[in-house]
Design a binder for this molecule. Structure first.
Ligand SMILES: Nc1ncnc2c1ncn2[C@@H]1O[C@H](COP(=O)(O)OP(=O)(O)OP(=O)(O)O)[C@@H](O)[C@H]1O
Length: 779
């Protein structure tokens, strides 16, 4: 028997063990988990690919597995659905609808997808002629019912024999014959253009489920309706020829009406096959007419205004500048201003393309002025006064014009000066003014600016403070003639600056070259658009081709006509060279017309005076070379007459741009010699029309001849040589064997062919003309 002490001991031990067990139980999970961590950690790697710990790695795999499972489920579902669809198609399609029937010539399928078996069958149908049945292995097709075989229509029989079929009554085998019949009818009907002479209604291809069971009808512009149904063609309907002509055929839509598109595009190829050529021409004509009407409507919208509702006072500009704008009558912004001005004022580099006369000058002048206003505060106490804004443009007149516009905008800003640096003025005077006025804004032509850079080191130092560089007519200035000058100038400018480039024409090449002066984040703003022409809709454009020797007479005739039509006339005549301009001026003066001339051979003071006079005047004709082609803003020019081809397409656009400014009307005529007509090809995307040769008053001719006779021979000779030089330089000499000697004799009167002037000799030899300098003259 156990003693009481031993019993106590026993209980104590039991209690201890049960407490330990409870404790053990409480911490079991914790202990076990710790244990398991130890165990796992001990075996495998501690990190996994991608630096993941094993839990992350595991979770990632679990996620991938789940995704894979979903994908598989999806695929399975799709497969199941596809199988279901094909089963339905097989059942429904073979019950009453011939599977897609394809016309080989047109590659048009009149129905849904077809099985490979059906395809083989339809091919056999199409190519099997009478007497060639043995090519077809009947075992390839579905089982044929005896009664149906008896009814089987002959494939080459006339359509009369084709039975009208009701789709519901056809079995699988019947549908097989239906397919054969359908194929042959389809081939016949599509092959015959004359079979459809009915009138078509305007419209497009529409589904006509309501009319026929599963037909498509082709309703073509103005001519009526073509119908593809799944019933056979009825003779009456086909032969009717008037009203609604229908061609009913079996539809190839595999799912009947279930998967049919509501509208369907029909290739023009098919239309041309089923409609006679005359009718197609009719449709085309109608389409052309409609397009013209649409264009007219768009034009009307377009012509409304070049102005927007945006106002200058809404821009982030100095109130004094806005005040100057308002007092000069500028309140609303033009399209290019609304688009580009906020970006320019933001300090971004831009390349801007906008039509001529739409206010590009203000678009660059305003940011140039704002930059000066901002920078002036920081440069107030400097000893060297930097040039803060530099504006480059190609011609002297344009530079003067831009300076004048800048001064209008600076009306209320005291202490900000603009200086023009252009050729033809005294260099020393320029330098003195640069010293005394310390201009913050300089408007310059590249040549004269380079002279200053190269002559005075201090000038380059002043340029190093530049904030804004503007290049107007950028395509011209980055063209080969000016590019090296521009490169030299840009080399003298600080890298940290804003650059603004503008033109009405920016060819692709120039866009690429312009990257050299713009920063990487520059913005290209094109208000012309890719599709629209670069010229104004309100400016009518035409050209006349006439023999070169008649040009003077025609110019006089056109001017007389224009003057009678428009009493407030203001005409610019562009000639190819300075000397030709001079000759034309002399001729028109002799003809007693109110005419002025501007070209590079005239002194700058004279040019400036004539330019100002023409700006202010009405009833005046300005004969000019290309010095006035770009940027010049002569208001209310009614006609631009271009005598001879411009140097390129861009120059044509800029010359024409002297009229129709600020959205006004205008007229442009180009007078070409027959051998210059090729140029029209270069502007074929512009709305230019050919005018017939005008009938000149016979009394004019002797007057013209007398007028030309009165002109000094040296002027004529010089003009003629310059003219030759011009065509030589643009590579046009020799395009046509125009008899230059004859022209020379006419204009120069006394060309000594034994001792010709060097240029004449060079060109004449290049053209292979005989009789010059010992070469026998071709009489
Ligand atoms: N917002 C405006 N409101 C009214 N007139 C304006 C406005 N902006 C510019 N103009 C005027 O429009 C005319 C043409 O402007 P500008 O010479 O700047 O055109 P442009 O686009 O530079 O032409 P081009 O391509 O020939 O150089 C100028 O007489 C100018 O004063």
């Amino acid at each position: 028997m156990p003693s009481s002490s031993s019993l106590f001991l026993f209980h104590l031990i039991r209690q201890c063990s049960s407490t330990t067990a409870t404790l053990m139980h409480r911490h079991r999970r914790h202990l076990l988990s710790n244990l398991s961590i130890f165990r796992q950690m001990g075996g495998g790697p501690r990190t996994f690919p991608g630096g993941l710990n094993k839990w992350k790695y595991r979770r990632m795999h679990e996620k991938l597995a789940r995704e894979k499972e979903c994908k598989l489920l999806d695929q399975e579902k799709q497969l199941y659905e596809a199988r279901l669809r094909s089963e339905i198609r097989a059942q429904v399609g073979t019950a009453y609808i011939p599977s897609g029937t394809v016309d080989k010539k047109t590659s048009l399928s009149y129905g849904g997808p077809m099985s490979s078996k059906d395809h083989v069958k339809s091919l056999a149908d199409r190519f099997m002629r009478e007497g060639a049945e043995d090519l077809w292995n009947e075992n390839d097709g579905p089982l044929e019912l005896a009664e149906v075989r008896d009814q089987k229509p002959s494939l080459i029989e006339p359509r009369k024999s084709v039975p009208t079929v009701k789709r519901d009554s056809w079995s699988k085998a019947e549908s097989f014959y239906l397919r054969r019949e359908y194929s042959s009818v389809a081939r016949k009907s599509l092959g015959s253009r004359t079979s459809l002479t009915g009138k078509f209604r305007r419209g497009k291809v529409v589904n006509t489920d309501s009319d026929s069971d599963s037909g498509y009808s082709l309703e073509t512009q103005g001519f009526g309706k073509l119908k593809f149904g799944n019933t056979a063609i009825s003779d009456e309907e086909e032969e009717e020829g008037s009203g609604e002509v229908r061609k009913k055929m079996k539809s190839g839509a595999a799912l009947g009406n279930f998967d049919k598109k509501k509208t369907r595009r029909v290739s023009t190829e098919l239309l041309e096959k089923i409609v006679s050529e005359q009718e197609v021409e009719g449709i085309r004509e109608e389409l052309r007419r409609r397009t013209c009407v649409n264009k007219l409507v768009e034009k009307e919208k377009d012509q409304e205004s070049i102005f927007t509702d945006n106002r200058f006072d809404g821009c982030n500009m100095s109130p004094l500048t806005t005040k100057a704008l308002t007092s000069a009558g500028y309140e609303k912004m033009t399209l290019v201003q609304a688009e580009a001005l906020p970006i320019c004022l933001d300090g971004k580099d831009v390349l801007v393309k906008a039509k001529s006369g739409t206010g590009k000058s203000f678009t660059f002048l305003l940011p140039a002025i704002e930059a000066v206003l901002k920078a002036t505060i920081s440069t107030r106490n400097r000893r060297v006064f930097p040039i803060l804004s530099l504006i480059l443009c190609p011609t002297r007149e344009l530079a003067s014009q831009i300076s004048a516009e800048a001064n209008v905008l600076l009306k209320h800003h005291n202490g900000i000066n603009v200086q023009t640096l252009i050729g033809g003025t005294r260099f020393k005077v320029d330098q003195k003014l640069l010293e005394s006025k310390s201009p913050q804004i300089v408007v310059a032509t590249p040549g004269r600016l380079l002279d200053h850079i190269e002559t005075k080191a201090g000038f380059s130092v002043r340029l190093m403070g530049l904030k804004v560089l503007v290049i107007d007519e950028v395509d011209h200035l980055l063209d080969l003639g000016f590019r090296s000058d521009i490169e030299k100038i840009v080399d003298c400018l600080p890298q940290q600056r804003q650059t603004l480039l503008f033109s009405a024409t920016i060819p692709k090449l120039v866009r690429r070259v312009s990257q050299l002066v713009l920063n990487k984040d520059h913005i290209y703003i094109d208000t012309v658009g890719l599709t629209g022409p670069e010229t104004h809709d309100k400016v009518s454009q035409s050209y006349i081709v006439s023999p070169h020797e008649d040009h003077f007479e025609i110019v006089y005739h056109l001017l007389k006509q224009h003057i009678t039509e428009d009493l407030e006339y203001k005409v610019i005549i562009f000639c190819t060279t300075a000397m030709m301009t001079s000759l034309m001026y002399s001729f028109l003066s002799n003809m007693k017309l109110n005419v002025r001339e501007i070209h590079s051979r005239k002194p700058q003071v004279y040019r400036a005076r004539i330019s100002d006079e023409f700006r202010e005047s009405k009833r005046l004709i300005l004969v000019t070379s290309d010095v006035s082609a770009r940027g010049m803003d002569y208001p209310n020019v009614t006609l631009v007459l271009q005598v001879g081809i411009p140097s390129d397409r861009e120059q044509y656009i800029h010359r024409l741009g002297r009229t129709g400014r600020k959205g006004q009307d205008g007229k442009g005529i180009m007078l070409l010699a027959p051998w210059e007509e090729y140029f029209v090809d270069e502007i074929k995307d512009l709305p230019v029309t050919k005018f017939p040769l005008p009938e000149c008053d016979p009394e004019i001719k002797p007057k013209v001849e007398a007028s030309l006779q009165n002109i000094n021979t040296s002027v004529k000779e010089a003009a003629y040589h310059a003219w030759l030089g011009y065509y030589n330089s643009i590579g046009e000499i020799g395009r046509d064997k125009t008899n230059l000697v004859e022209l020379a004799n006419r204009f120069c009167g006394s060309i000594n062919l034994e001792k010709p002037p060097p240029l004449f000799r060079k060109i004449a030899l290049k053209m292979g003309l005989k009789g010059i300098s010992g070469i026998k003259l071709k009489k």
